[in-house]
Design a protein around this ligand. Structure first.
Ligand SMILES: [Zn+2]
Ligand SMILES: [Zn+2]
Length: 341
């Protein structure tokens, strides 16, 4: 099959490699669409993300949808032909964290596009059958792929206890911030305030989930008294202002990446007993994600701003930095040339 391999930082080459072999409990998926994630861009630019270093050529891409074209010996053959959204991880299923239902925290996790595990910028991938989630035909290939970032948003909103009537502050109007805003609304939040320094991104967020948008360069958010704060920016000043904006006993969820260490407003956290935690991927979110998209309460198709073929993966990994781009998608079986729809 054809695969786009990251050889080293900044260099992607299309090669012919073996189709992955199937374990008995796995299905083979012909990949339809793969979203480009910030972590893919980080691997492309720096050859590493935190402790994970690219030491051998690796296939990036972990936000994907496709069609089941073959099954392992233990899987029902009637699944062949199913359109699926792929949950791109393989937990051990037997450790303490897995048994507690927090399989995202499994120390033996094999996660797509995290060295040395290959991802999905290629024609076929293998995944355990229960992590290939069937999607209805009303969900597009691209939306089915983007159920992966939606899952991050669902996990963040669940952990932040967003519910009916919640007031939520979201820092950052990139793809994750916008999807968090939509998800918070779908969970029943009555007010979703999104901050971003970029006016174009604020305008987009206001059309897709935010009830209010603010510019952190001019507007003070620290007195908002929200029930929950979700950081999707990774910017230290936004994290500090966001935690200060939380009401007593409210919750702050740190999703945005970029800083190993950061100063926090400790006296606000102590005097208001604010819960501060992080989000690491997700567990058991795909059924909810598929339902949110199929019912129209979350619109992922609107986020797609660029489409590329497998030979253009290096461009797909670079173009997201350009103004006006939101979510870039790779279609391994199609020769897209247009950077914009
Ligand atoms: Zn991602
Ligand atoms: Zn485990």
């Amino acid at each position: 099959m054809r695969a786009a391999l990251l050889e080293r930082a900044g260099v992607v080459e299309t090669s012919i490699i073996e189709v992955p072999p199937l374990d008995a409990d796995q299905v083979l998926i012909e990949v339809s669409a793969v979203g480009v994630c910030g972590s893919d861009v980080h691997y492309f630019e720096h050859g590493r993300v935190g402790p994970f270093v690219v030491e051998a050529p690796i296939i990036l891409g972990h936000e994907l949808s496709g069609t089941i074209v073959d099954v392992g010996a233990a899987v029902d053959r009637r699944r062949i032909g199913e359109r699926v959204a792929v949950e791109p991880q393989r937990p051990c299923r037997v450790c303490t964290q897995c048994k507690a239902g927090r399989y995202n925290l499994c120390p033996d996790m094999e996660f797509f596009a995290t060295p040395p595990i290959n991802g999905a910028f290629c024609e076929f991938v293998a995944i355990q059958s229960d992590f290939a989630h069937a999607v209805p035909d009303t969900v597009s290939d691209e939306a089915a792929a983007l159920i992966e970032p939606l899952s991050v948003a669902i996990w963040a909103c669940q952990r932040a206890q967003v519910g009916v009537g919640s007031r939520v502050l979201v820092a950052g109007a990139g793809p994750i911030g916008v999807i968090v805003a939509q998800t918070a609304r779908a969970f029943g939040a009555s007010e979703v305030i999104v901050t971003d320094v970029d006016a174009q991104r604020r305008a987009f967020a206001l059309e897709h989930g935010a009830t209010v948008v603010l510019d952190p360069a001019h507007d003070d958010v620290s007195t908002l008294g929200v029930d929950a704060f979700v950081d999707a920016s990774g910017v230290p000043s936004a994290v500090i202002a966001g935690i200060e904006a939380v009401r007593p006993a409210g919750i702050a969820m740190l999703v945005g990446l970029g800083h190993e260490m950061m100063a926090l407003p400790v006296s606000a956290i102590q005097s208001r007993e604010i819960w501060v935690s992080g989000v690491f991927r997700y567990a058991n979110t795909w059924p909810t994600g598929i339902e949110l998209v199929a019912s129209g309460r979350v619109n992922l198709d609107a986020l797609v701003s660029g489409r590329f073929g497998l030979d253009e993966v290096d461009r797909a990994l670079s173009v997201g930095r350009e103004p006006g781009q939101m979510k870039v998608v790779v279609h391994p079986w199609k020769g897209w040339n247009a950077a914009r729809t």
